[in-house]
Design a binder for this molecule. Structure first.
Ligand code: PSV
Ligand code: MN
Length: 392
């Protein structure tokens, strides 16, 4: 006997409308501080990154937007880039800011002790909003590498004040349909204190700013053993979850394929999302990948990641919510746990194959991509030029 919902019709419908945003930087070369191994056929331009992202959408059908990172994806005319994306069947998504790769930012960006550097960082963020106007993007994603390495290096409270002032300047500039989504991260590159280290700090700043400011949960940005689904549930409850940067980690911010290290955690996160109706695009929760494929080929790495999210989502959709609630209310500890685990233990791959076939897709996205010959074609075509890379 299974306690998963035997009627999978609503699960199928939800899986067909699910949307997962891809990061442009996942298609460029990446590595660690020890070595970046170049791969054949890697894109040289933002246009070629879009081409590769469009392949992921072509074979999964659920990844129709591509996030840009500025200045990595800087182009002369964003209208041309947006039209190129549309021709390839995708659209430009979230604009990610970058205030971490300029010499001026050694001691911070929006929290820097020098007002000149703070102004420079804010000017970059405002430029990102200008780009959003041209790309039609809704979200400005903010992640700050700001922090200190040594006790006493700077004033922790003053840095919070500078952060709040800088964010307020950018918030004022947002259009009626634009949002800022603030990402937190426990540590790295700062090792003593980080200015936005956790969801509480991000939440406090977003609450002070107003309804257009929301928190982003990057699944690789917590201390080991952190209960991420609790954070997700709390932010959903407060209407402050802007979205996810999905990836997985074994040790720190490993940026590995989502669902690779801990598929059960991903399921628990998606269970909270399903319960809160966050899968619905109108909920305003953006499901994005933020990963680097250092060893594996990039496009199949992204396809696999999308499939991992789909599998966790399908399992979460199969949770018999009514039976779960009944068990929870009656204090049936083991019964409630069993209901959740029955859904998690379901092999949802046949269901997803059916969903893909019903959507006119090949049921096997990895195989279909491999058979398409795209990888060989771009490896032969993309010779010369400078391959895109993290930080390039
Ligand atoms: C920081 O570690 C982060 O998660 C932010 O989202 C950055 O924009 C991204 O990684 C850069 O790869
Ligand atoms: Mn991230």
């Amino acid at each position: 006997m299974t306690s998963t919902n035997p009627d999978s019709r609503s699960a199928r419908a939800a899986l067909k409308t699910q949307r997962i945003e891809l990061p442009s930087w996942a298609f460029g070369n990446s590595g660690t501080r020890f070595k970046v191994f170049a791969q054949k056929g890697v894109p040289r331009t933002a246009f070629e990154k879009i081409d590769d992202a469009a392949q992921v959408n072509k074979f999964t059908g659920v990844a129709p937007t591509v996030a840009l990172h500025i200045p990595w994806d800087k182009v002369d005319d964003y209208g041309v880039l947006a039209r190129h994306a549309a021709e390839k069947g995708v659209a430009l998504g979230t604009i990610n800011s970058n205030t971490f790769q300029d010499d001026d930012y050694m001691l911070g960006s929006v929290c820097h002790p020098d007002a000149r550097v703070r102004a420079k960082a804010v000017a970059h963020l405002l430029e990102c909003v200008d780009i959003m106007d041209r790309t039609g993007s809704r979200d400005l994603k903010l992640w700050f590498s700001d922090g200190t390495n040594y006790p006493g290096q700077d004033d922790i409270r003053a840095r919070q004040d500078r952060l709040a002032e800088s964010l307020a300047q950018v918030y004022k500039r947002l259009g009626p349909n634009q949002r800022m989504v603030l990402e937190y991260k426990l540590f790295e590159p700062a090792f003593y204190h980080t200015d936005v280290p956790d969801w509480g700090t991000a939440f406090a700043h977003c609450t002070a700013l107003g309804p257009k400011a929301k928190v982003v949960v990057d699944t690789g940005h917590h201390a080991p053993s952190t209960n991420i689904e609790f954070i997700v549930a709390s932010l959903l409850r407060a209407g402050k979850l802007g979205g996810f940067d999905f990836n997985s980690r074994f040790y720190a911010d490993d940026d590995l394929m989502v669902g690779a290290a801990d598929p059960f955690q991903l399921f628990r996160i998606m269970h909270e999302c399903v319960k809160a109706g966050a899968l619905n695009p109108e909920s305003g929760v953006a499901f994005m990948l933020d990963q680097c494929h250092n060893l594996e080929p990039k496009i199949p790495g992204q396809i696999r990641s999308v499939m991992n999210v789909q599998e966790a989502t399908a399992k979460a959709l199969l949770v018999d919510q009514m039976a779960l609630e009944t068990a929870q209310r009656s204090g049936d500890v083991l019964g409630a746990h069993a209901i959740l685990m029955d859904a998690y233990d379901t092999d949802v791959r046949p269901l997803l194959r059916e969903v893909r076939t019903e959507s006119g897709l090949d049921p096997d996205p990895m195989g279909a991509y491999a058979r398409s010959g795209y990888a060989e074609r771009v490896a032969a075509e993309r010779v010369g030029g400078q391959q895109a890379g993290w930080g390039a």
